[in-house]
Design a protein around this ligand. Structure first.
Ligand code: ISL
Length: 527
């Protein structure tokens, strides 16, 4: 078999730049903060960073609304700070990848400002998706599409003469107008952006809404029943349109000029076939499939998620990816606590990282997961996420998983910043979750992550690109890598279960009477 590329078994660490570390004391994380924590990330055993967007942005969606894709936002630093981070990370052997947002721009992007100042039908408007409204006076949106963040996906503009005018499409916030990917200028600009960062030494990109971009040209109405929206079915005309694959193939042509660089697409698609298409050898290098994010702490469901994830990429010889959380979803500690309480939630999250790291392929760790951070139930008045604003306050939004990280000390801001006013408040209870405190404690979540990552990277028992399953008692699962002897066993029941005899390598919780505790996982080498 061909030797693996670095990204095919890497451990990525997702940095949400606002929340990771603040280097300049303004209460918001930044690139200098990231550079200062590289030693920590190296100690953790991280191979590659994924920075959520740090490009110039008015921050309506904290950087996912980009007004200049080839510059760094002053809130996060400067191009010089980015260059410095690249050098410092590369010196430690760590790769750095950035987030690209090709589906939409900010409404402050010069292109969109020009579009608003130009007439209907102009070339300036043709970079976005402007349409006349329906109804006698164009007073109704062009179709019934809802935005992912709530409310209609269309916003009506005022024309130069002051009259109510055309509508533009925004699948996310109104400050995030969708680009028209049928316009050749749009790809040309993306290509410039790719080369701009790759030439500076960036090692790859996470591609936001990689299943988006292309819209059907007739923009048909969709089924807006609740079920349809909740499960995000293949067949939703807003996403996963066949034309998107031609874009990924063009991106790949550029990427192939930089053979050590990679792409990972954010792919919310349902079927394995649809997913696999994006991972053809001439499209994305990797794709997020989110199966473990959507899976309850249940042995049957987890096994199914693993098998299906592997089956999906096997269709095209691709690499599986695993992730338990990111900046858009509830943190796993809280998700797994459902019905059993926060203590058990943390135990389950620790068990699941042993499952994830035992699997072949690429793992992604969301910043703070290694500290066992839970979601935070923040008071209404501090919430900032546009999904909260737009849902008519029926949803809490995503701020709860974006609270700044506690680094050291006994009280907020725990060394995250020198400024006591952090962009979201840090709960005082996190005094017992700081990185510093956990590094000193061999039983901490952080120590478990460190040990597990080190073992996975150094022990030959974790090799092979496939997974072999063992028979296991009900509510449990056991598997090993196809060419390694280390078995990962997981107990999702509420009673301890026995092991086969052998050498215990690592356990997410102390044994109970020599057995694997409820909500625990272990790595062992059977006799
Ligand atoms: O269901 C969805 C679309 O099929 C959504 O889950 C969508 O893919 C997701 O919300 C996209 O998230 C990404 O783009 C957003 C940004 O707010 C998120 O933070 C980012 O991860 C808009 O750029």
């Amino acid at each position: 078999a061909a030797p693996l590329k670095w990204w095919q078994d890497a451990i990525f660490y997702q940095i949400y730049p606002r929340s990771f570390a603040d280097g300049n004391g303004d209460g918001v994380g930044d690139l200098r903060g990231v550079a200062e924590k590289l030693g920590y990330l190296e100690l953790l055993g991280i191979d590659a960073l994924w920075l959520s967007p740090v490009m110039r942005s008015p921050m309506a969606d904290h950087g996912y609304d980009v007004s200049d894709p080839r510059d760094i936002d002053p809130l996060f630093g400067s191009l010089a700070a980015m260059d410095a981070l690249l050098v410092a990370a590369h010196e430690r052997g760590m790769k750095v990848t950035m987030d690209l947002v090709p589906n939409h721009t900010s409404d402050q992007h010069p292109w969109f400002v020009e579009a608003l100042n130009s007439a209907p039908g102009s070339p300036e408007r043709a970079r976005y998706i402007f349409r006349d409204g329906r109804g006698d006076h164009g007073e109704l949106p062009p179709n019934n599409w809802p935005s992912v963040f709530g409310g209609p996906a269309w916003h009506r503009v005022t024309e130069a003469d002051g009259s109510p005018g055309q509508w533009y499409l925004h699948l996310f916030a109104p400050e995030q107008p969708d680009l028209n990917w049928e316009n050749p200028e749009v790809f040309e600009d993306l290509e410039k952006t790719l080369r701009f960062w790759l030439d500076r030494g960036v090692d790859g990109f996470r591609i936001d809404v990689a299943h988006g971009m292309v819209k059907p040209s007739d923009l048909p109405d969709m089924d807006v029943s609740e079920v349809q929206l909740l499960v995000n079915r293949d067949g939703d005309p807003r996403f996963n349109n066949p034309g998107v694959h031609a874009i990924h193939r063009r991106i790949r042509t550029v990427m192939d000029e930089y053979p050590e660089a990679m792409t990972v697409g954010e792919l919310w698609v349902e079927s394995n076939d649809a997913f696999a298409e994006y991972l053809r050898p001439d499209e994305l290098h990797l794709g997020f499939n989110f199966r473990l994010v959507k899976t309850a702490f249940d042995a049957v469901e987890i096994r199914e998620a693993i098998e299906e994830s592997i089956n999906a990429v096997d269709l095209v010889g691709g690499t599986p990816t695993w992730t338990l959380s990111n900046h858009d979803v509830e943190r796993e500690v809280t998700r797994y606590a459902d019905g059993v309480g926060p203590g058990a939630g943390l135990e389950r999250a620790k068990a699941m990282i042993l499952v994830e790291l035992a699997l072949p392929g690429t793992s992604f760790v969301y910043n703070g997961a290694e500290l066992g951070l839970p979601n935070v139930d923040l008071p209404d008045e501090v919430l900032q996420d546009p999904t909260w604003e737009r849902s008519g306050h029926t949803e809490r939004g995503r701020d709860g998983c974006r609270v700044p990280l506690p680094w050291e000390g006994n009280r907020p801001p725990f060394g995250f910043s020198t400024n006591p006013r952090t962009w979201l408040p840090i709960p005082p209870e996190w005094a017992d979750r700081t990185a510093e405190g956990q590094l000193e404690n061999v039983h901490s979540t952080l120590s478990l992550y460190r040990e597990a990552i080190e073992m996975r990277k150094t022990r030959p028992e974790f090799s092979g690109r496939g997974v072999e399953w063992y028979g296991a008692p009900e509510g449990c699962l056991a598997f090993r890598r196809s060419e390694g002897h280390a078995v990962c066993a997981l107990n999702t029941t509420d009673t301890p279960v026995g092991f086969p005899p052998g050498e215990l390598l690592l356990c997410s919780a102390p044994l109970q009477d020599g057995k694997l505790a409820p909500n625990a996982a272990a790595w062992l080498i059977p006799d």
